[in-house]
Design a protein around this ligand. Structure first.
Ligand code: ATR
Length: 272
């Protein structure tokens, strides 16, 4: 019987993960099944236990269960511990292992797929939800020059700053209190505003001609944040599709021990 995997979340109907992992499996000649399961918060823990008790090999966890998944794990990777959230579950010797591949996925998309080195760069993160924290938790490995974090609710930005203080220096502030002069090398939109077609309170002078702007969302057409970045003359104006495929590739590697080639998969998804 092929190994069984799934993505679990709520909602999960439109998840691209089954297609991505199927493409990875075909490309690498691996025999596996990858499904999707919508589960409520109340049923999440029981679902995970049952899935692995029935011989399942791995789960991807998406909203809103990433923090609940962390709480269930017997062991956490260092990056999942720092992220405070788990998106990849596996089982080893009866122990539930949790990892978080979201941050590494974004870093790989920017640095490998788009050839933009993050080392020494000034990075501005907009938003301080779970997605922002996952990426910030992975930033120490690329040794950025400076990290600013702006959020509507300043206490959430400060909480992330404090949680990561031992590994990353973050300057945290609220959108309204921030009077940010100057520009940034990298601007990441981790707010959920693109979903509603809205722009966070950006300032045009943040962008210079070498800036890489990254929206963690993606859609069939460019997001409002990407359009804004392009209008300001950013060098790169990227959406989050590459991050989605790269975090999946990292999960695939954790489970199967080999890394799929992502370029063809990203291209296939772009074609619909
Ligand atoms: P995720 O897990 O995807 O990060 P989240 O935890 O709900 O989702 O975070 C959503 C982010 O978008 C937060 O930074 C949120 O700001 P608050 O922490 O102040 O809520 C931000 N966001 C959502 N709607 C917003 C709005 N109308 N204006 C500014 N920021 C907004």
């Amino acid at each position: 019987m092929p190994s069984r995997y799934a993505v679990v979340g709520q909602p999960v109907a439109h998840s691209k993960s089954p297609r991505i992992h199927q493409l990875f499996a075909e490309q690498t000649g691996q025999s596996l099944e990858y499904g999707k399961q919508e589960v409520t918060a109340a049923d999440f823990a029981a679902f995970v236990r049952e899935f692995f008790a029935q011989g399942g090999s791995g789960l991807n966890v998406t909203l809103p269960h990433k923090e609940a998944a962390r709480a269930l794990c017997d062991e956490l990777s260092a990056r999942a511990e720092l992220a405070g959230a788990v998106n990849t579950l596996s089982i080893r010797n009866g122990k539930l292992l949790g990892d978080n591949t979201d941050g590494p996925g974004l870093i790989r998309d920017i640095s490998v797929n788009h050839g933009f080195s993050l080392a020494g760069k000034s990075i501005l993160m907009l938003g301080a939800g779970g997605a922002a924290r996952g990426v910030l938790a992975a930033l120490p490995e690329v040794k950025p020059g400076s990290v600013r974090l702006l959020n509507r609710s300043v206490h959430k930005a400060e909480a992330i700053r404090d949680a990561l203080a031992e590994v990353l220096e973050i300057d945290a502030a609220g959108f309204d209190s921030a009077n940010l002069s100057g520009s940034f090398d990298v601007i990441i939109n981790a707010t959920s505003l693109s979903l509603e077609g809205n722009l966070p309170p950006v300032q045009d002078h943040w962008v210079h001609s070498e800036t890489c702007c990254y929206d963690m969302m993606y859609a069939d057409t460019a997001t409002v944040f990407q359009n804004w970045a392009t209008e300001q003359g950013a060098a790169l104006s990227l959406d989050g599709l590459g991050m989605l495929v790269e975090q999946a590739a990292e999960s695939f590697q954790i489970w199967r021990g080999l890394r799929p080639e992502t370029g063809a998969v990203i291209a296939a998804l772009r074609q619909g």
